[in-house]
Design a protein around this ligand. Structure first.
Ligand SMILES: C[S@@+](CC[C@H](N)C(=O)[O-])C[C@H]1O[C@@H](n2cnc3c(N)ncnc32)[C@H](O)[C@@H]1O
Length: 218
């Protein structure tokens, strides 16, 4: 895997086999903040004192690490639980090779393919290693406040953007939960909608199209 420096001067990797980078060229850390933490209202949710996040397609965990920073800045006493879904041990190893400007990321260095969870203060992070389509089924109750959905693109990995997977995500979302993804692909949106979620345009970051945000119909 080749290291790439993105437009906000933060690091990501190119997965040559897949032909895609792990983050947007417009800025890996910028994306974690603007496409995930802000649209999922992490700061507001942290005020409630409890936050459960699904970091689907965890990779090196930038999205959840950023959310933890934002949440703890808002409420240092917030109890935070992150569940990460990831199947490739190689990308988990790469956590040791990057240093994004996210305060909490230093604790992510404890993660490795043989050490998949840790607790630091009020924060617990746990990676469920395996195919997300299977591991998501082990999460049983509708207790998640936010879902960051960040697989490879619908073009390269259409099997990650199916109605079935979105239905499993729907099942574990609270009524008030926020969902965010970087893609605005028609197929992705149709399947998000078919799974019962109501979607809208997410933020436009860089020169690309908007992301997609979604919630349950109330
Ligand atoms: C766009 S990257 C995610 C980047 C990540 N959010 C980060 O901050 O580093 C997509 C990730 O999906 C993972 N992935 C691909 N297929 C998967 C599957 N079936 N189950 C779980 N993870 C998978 C890849 O290994 C990769 O880490």
């Amino acid at each position: 895997m080749k290291k790439i420096i993105t437009a906000d001067n933060t690091e990501t990797f190119l997965n040559e086999e897949v032909g895609e980078t792990y983050h947007s060229h417009t800025g890996a850390v910028d994306e974690a903040l603007k496409k995930y933490a802000i649209p999922c209202k992490i700061a507001e949710k942290a005020k409630t004192g409890k936050l459960r996040i699904l970091d689907a397609f965890f990779g090196m965990g930038y999205n959840s690490a950023m959310a933890i920073d934002i949440a703890l800045k808002e409420n240092p006493d917030c109890v935070i639980e992150v569940f990460g879904l990831e199947f490739d041990p190689e990308i988990i190893k790469k956590i040791q090779e990057v240093n994004p400007p996210i305060d909490f990321f230093k604790h992510y260095k404890k993660l490795s393919p043989t050490s998949l969870e840790f607790k630091e203060g009020n924060v617990t992070v746990k990676i469920l290693l395996g195919d997300a389509r299977e591991t998501v089924k082990t999460l049983t109750d509708d207790s998640f406040d936010a879902v960051f959905f960040d697989p490879f693109s619908p073009k390269t990995a259409p099997e990650m953007w199916t109605k079935e997977l979105f239905e499993d995500v729907y099942r574990i979302m609270k009524t008030s939960a926020n969902f965010a993804t970087y893609s605005c692909a028609r197929m992705a949106r149709d399947n998000i909608s078919a799974a019962g979620l109501m979607y809208d345009d997410g933020p436009i970051v860089g020169r690309r199209g908007p992301g997609t945000i979604a919630m349950k119909w109330i």
